[in-house]
Design a protein around this ligand. Structure first.
Ligand SMILES: Nc1ncnc2c1ncn2[C@@H]1O[C@H](COP(=O)(O)OP(=O)(O)OP(=O)(O)O)[C@@H](O)[C@H]1O
Ligand SMILES: [Mg+2]
Length: 251
């Protein structure tokens, strides 16, 4: 579904150039839930920003469902971001003046979809994600976990090829964290969603099918879950320990 080939990115400050991503290649298959972990500063956010073309890359190819989106112009790219990629951010990014239901409808309003179809779809998503009872509330009136589940529901509205999430549980307590991760797992199981999530939290990552570890802008290794979640989490913790850094400040 997503294929990144030889992606490189550096930032220039004054006359100096700092390489941040160094020849990264990775793949996320259809229906897969993949996490990216790595110490602070290893390039995780930059990776998501380059893959979604928010930040220009130096080199590399980004194939989304076979299309090289790194070649898209600005207009094509905003359509791809609206219809083909769903985003979930650490600080939710809900619009305060809109209700939960209206926030969830937003991607389809932007895409110009018919209202009846949009409302039916949003209603179904609210029901299956357990946010039916709060759908008429405003973001200021709901908890962090509810905000993030609203953001996950919104990301699913246009049935994107992939959902990209940067630290979606970073601002949540462990109970809300679990509810949000379960929303991703449910989206994967029931809607076949493909998810690429950056996280510091090995508990959150242990629900994934696969974890890509970054170190100093390179892929350090990849771990695939093949046993229980608990066993996977132990392996993640062990690898993070070897990797060094502050990768797991929540544990
Ligand atoms: N706009 C920018 N200009 C210059 N340097 C930047 C910019 N954005 C990020 N960097 C640098 O690139 C490196 C990687 O940053 P990035 O935000 O991708 O790390 P991260 O892995 O997401 O870290 P964290 O876990 O703290 O969120 C860091 O050294 C950072 O200082
Ligand atoms: Mg980051």
């Amino acid at each position: 579904m997503l294929k990144v080939n030889h992606l490189s990115k550096s930032y220039k400050t004054g006359s100096r150039t700092y390489p941040v991503l160094k020849d990264i290649s990775l793949e996320v298959n259809r229906g897969e839930f993949v996490a990216v972990m790595g110490p602070s500063g290893s390039g995780k956010t930059t990776l998501l920003n380059c893959v979604s073309c928010f930040v220009p890359r130096d080199q590399g190819e980004i194939l989304l469902a076979g299309q090289d989106i790194s070649k898209a112009n600005e207009k094509e790219m905003s359509k791809i971001r609206n219809q083909r990629i769903g985003f979930v951010f650490q600080d939710f990014m809900l619009l305060d003046g809109l209700s939960v239901f209206e926030n969830i409808c937003l991607p389809q309003i932007i895409a110009g979809k018919p209202i009846a179809q949009m409302e039916a779809k949003a209603g179904n998503i609210c029901a299956s994600f357990g946010i039916d009872s709060i759908k008429n509330k405003y973001p200021a009136e709901i908890s962090g976990g509810e905000k993030q589940r609203t953001a996950v529901a919104r990301a699913l509205m246009n049935q994107p090829f992939i959902i990209m999430a940067d630290e979606p549980t970073g601002n949540l307590d462990s109970k809300s964290c679990r509810a949000v991760i379960e929303a991703f797992v449910q989206a994967k199981k029931e809607m076949g969603a493909t998810v690429l999530m950056v996280t510091h939290d090995s508990f959150a990552a242990s629900f994934c099918d696969r974890v890509i570890m970054l170190k100093d802008g390179m892929v350090y290794n990849e771990l695939r879950r093949d046993g229980s979640r608990r066993e996977f989490m132990d392996r993640l913790l062990y690898t993070i320990g070897r990797l060094g850094g502050d990768c797991d400040d929540d544990e």
